[in-house]
Write a protein that binds this ligand. Structure first.
Ligand SMILES: NC(=O)C1=CN([C@@H]2O[C@H](COP(=O)(O)OP(=O)(O)OC[C@H]3O[C@@H](n4cnc5c(N)ncnc54)[C@H](OP(=O)(O)O)[C@@H]3O)[C@@H](O)[C@H]2O)C=CC1
Ligand SMILES: Nc1c(N[C@@H]2O[C@H](COP(=O)(O)O)[C@@H](O)[C@H]2O)[nH]c(=O)[nH]c1=O
Ligand SMILES: [Zn+2]
Length: 372
């Protein structure tokens, strides 16, 4: 069988990827998946995985077919290999085969062990042409947090900070509200509403008494996690006062005062004891713990100290940096990453090229560690 990529394959797959992305924040810990059914150069139907527990993209596309339309002989574009296992919904590979396509084009293989090529094999075994790898890099990029969760049993980390043009996240007195403008902060709240947890440090809690909720609320409610070595989270903090809105956790060292730990627990805070001797070890342990809780995306909104413990553990996958046209100056005013820092530029971790967007006078810069 000769496999080949046809001229419009990428165009249809990009459309399917755009559909898939609409599921962001709604489908996790599932992957985002989109599907377009095309015949004679025209879309017959399309769909995407809209909600965790709901129908997969392929079944959504089938359900969107006009009542009198038999899709036999069509080409299917699916951003992720159709599943071949019964999870919360029956296998999509069966539904695809039953629709008698002429060809199925898939962007990426599903790394989930119960699929992992099995869906592709079943469709091929039914005598249908299958092309794999069209827009693969884009598809894997879209689902990088899902892939990390499946392969490494750890959650994906997005570090976010707002800084002045001279690279400061606060003044020497600790004042930082607000560096970025309103439109930028609205964007931050959108992300807060899509992630599973917002992680901060005790320094930020003591300085800002933050709420760390999505306002307005998004599709999911993030837990709030405070890196709090000595269990200092104040019992009258806004985080604890709003614990009914979203859960609060404190990550404490094993030698933190027991009466503080007890007081936090009594106040409804989940206490995660860092069993490792190092901060890096604590960060790794936290990412595994978050995975075990079913979390896909963590949003790190912290000061220089907590940010440094993630940076030093090489635990940041993605960066969201807001640069505002403000200047603070002063060598005592912190930059985003504290700690010892690196000795040479050559040691800087490999990063993807920056993507830059202008938001009402601020710059919104995003990037990722290479190959994540
Ligand atoms: N512009 C911006 O985007 C932001 C600015 N800020 C500003 O930053 C300043 C606060 O910065 P900073 O004091 O560095 O605060 P952080 O929020 O970074 O908290 C630092 C503290 O967190 C604890 N900590 C760090 N890593 C770990 C870990 N792995 N496990 C457990 N505990 C850990 C340490 O506590 P200990 O020392 O007790 O061991 C450390 O001192 C404020 O002025 C705030 O306004 C804050 C957030 C965002
Ligand atoms: N100063 C600063 C930010 N600071 C972050 O927002 C937190 C306060 O959140 P909340 O209490 O929920 O409004 C604060 O502790 C810190 O993590 N964020 C930004 O987008 N831009 C800014 O200029
Ligand atoms: Zn499926």
């Amino acid at each position: 069988m000769t496999q080949r990529i046809l001229p419009n394959d990428q165009q249809w797959m990009r459309h399917a990827l755009a559909l898939a992305a609409r599921g962001k924040g709604f489908v996790e810990p599932n992957p985002m998946v989109g599907c377009v059914i095309v015949r004679d150069g025209k879309p017959l139907a399309e769909g995407y995985h809209e909600k965790f527990g709901g129908p997969h993209a392929e079944r959504q596309a089938l359900a969107a077919l006009p009542a009198d339309c038999d899709p036999a002989g069509a080409t299917w574009y699916v951003t992720l290999e159709p599943c071949c296992h019964t999870g919360k919904t029956p296998p999509c590979s069966d539904a695809v085969i039953a629709a008698r396509p002429q060809r199925v084009v898939i962007a990426a293989v599903d790394p989930f062990s119960e699929v992992a090529g099995g869906g592709i094999a079943q469709i091929r075994a039914a005598g249908i042409d299958v092309e794999v790898g069209v827009c693969e890099a884009e598809a894997n990029r879209l689902n990088a947090p899902f892939i990390k969760r499946v392969r490494q049993q750890k959650s994906w980390v997005i570090a976010k900070w707002a800084m002045t043009l001279d690279g400061k996240i606060a003044t020497h007195s600790g004042n930082s509200q607000w560096i970025s403008g309103e439109a930028s902060r609205r964007r931050v709240h959108e992300v807060r509403g899509q992630v599973d947890a917002i992680v901060t440090g005790i320094g930020s809690v003591l300085a800002d008494d933050p709420t760390l909720t999505a306002r307005p609320p998004g599709p999911r409610t993030a837990a709030r996690i405070v890196l709090d070595d000595k269990a200092e989270l104040p019992l009258n903090s806004t985080l604890i006062k709003t614990r009914e809105t979203a859960p609060v956790y404190a990550v404490v060292r094993s030698d933190a005062p027991q009466q503080r730990i007890d007081a936090l627990r009594k106040a409804g805070v989940g206490v995660i004891v860092n069993e490792s001797r190092t901060r890096s070890g604590g960060v790794e342990q936290l990412l595994t713990w978050c995975h075990d809780q079913g979390m896909t995306n963590l949003f790190l909104e912290a000061g220089a100290g907590a940010m440094a413990s993630f940076f030093e553990a090489d635990a940041i996958d993605e960066y969201h940096v807001y640069v505002a046209p403000k200047l603070i100056g002063g060598s005592a005013a912190p930059g985003p990453l504290g700690g010892q820092g690196l000795a040479t530029i050559a040691e800087s971790p490999a990063m993807e090229p920056l993507q830059v967007e202008s938001i009402d006078g601020d710059l919104f810069i995003t990037t990722r560690r290479t190959n994540r």
